[in-house]
Ligand binder design. Structure first.
Ligand SMILES: C[S@@+](CC[C@H](N)C(=O)[O-])C[C@H]1O[C@@H](n2cnc3c(N)ncnc32)[C@H](O)[C@@H]1O
Length: 205
């Protein structure tokens, strides 16, 4: 399919999509905001005093939702792209896959954090299997990072794609966390391979 035909189809789909309409009327920057709302309705991890790291935050829908709930907590948002300012949200721009940058994130918190949410998705290449592998490796990095920065009963919620590495991700999560589950919000498009992993409570080493 030609590129301008794809973008016309994309624009038509955006007009029909109820979550796009809803996000515009509420003022959320992305339809993804509703995925976090649904995930939180299911697993109840965001509270008034929660300290949160939002990985892959731009344009900012998840950070908006997190900061609306955690009014006495703290939200630090991370993305390699820029993100416009959100009140009560600190933003750090950088590549999460860079270990030096991960240390910089840890330095932002004097204590451990309650929740890590990750909606990181690798840039699409046109090769669906490769995109899936790259996004799932970001999920693996988020799980490994959680071990050193989450409180003992902390929560990690991360995007994961249904693909060959799915079992590898699940096994790693099961090694590190006491409880591991999966949930695909209804606001996640049916045709998308995306789902979310919910991990709770670090196992003692
Ligand atoms: C689906 S979007 C996130 C949408 C966001 N949750 C929202 O509600 O607006 C995925 C984001 O992951 C970011 N990302 C991908 N790889 C990354 C990396 N290595 N480090 C930091 N951010 C990354 C992308 O730049 C992109 O903004």
């Amino acid at each position: 399919m030609k590129k301008n035909k794809i973008s016309k189809n994309w624009i038509r789909e955006q007009h029909k999509d109820i979550y796009v309409k809803k996000s515009r009327s509420i003022g959320y920057r992305s339809r993804s905001a509703f995925k976090l709302i649904e995930l939180n309705d299911k697993f109840h991890f965001l509270k008034k005093k929660t300290f949160i790291i939002d990985l892959g935050s731009s344009p900012g829908g998840w950070s908006q939702v997190a900061s609306e709930i955690a009014i006495q907590g703290k939200v630090i948002s991370i993305d390699k792209k820029e993100m416009d300012k959100i009140e009560n949200v600190d933003f750090l721009q950088g590549d999460f896959s860079d270990e030096v940058f991960q240390e910089k994130i840890k330095d932002k918190f004097s204590n451990k954090v309650d929740v890590i949410i990750s909606d990181m998705a690798a840039d699409t290449t046109g090769n669906k299997s490769l995109d899936c592998i790259r996004t799932n490796s970001l999920c693996i990095e988020a799980i490994s990072f959680s071990r050193s920065i989450l409180v003992d009963d902390g929560t990690l919620v991360s995007k994961i794609f249904m693909g060959d590495e799915f079992n590898e991700v699940r096994e790693l999560a099961n090694k590190i966390f006491k409880k591991v589950g999966f949930y695909k919000p209804s606001s996640s498009k049916d045709f998308s391979k995306e789902t979310y992993i919910h991990c709770k409570g670090l196992k003692s080493l």
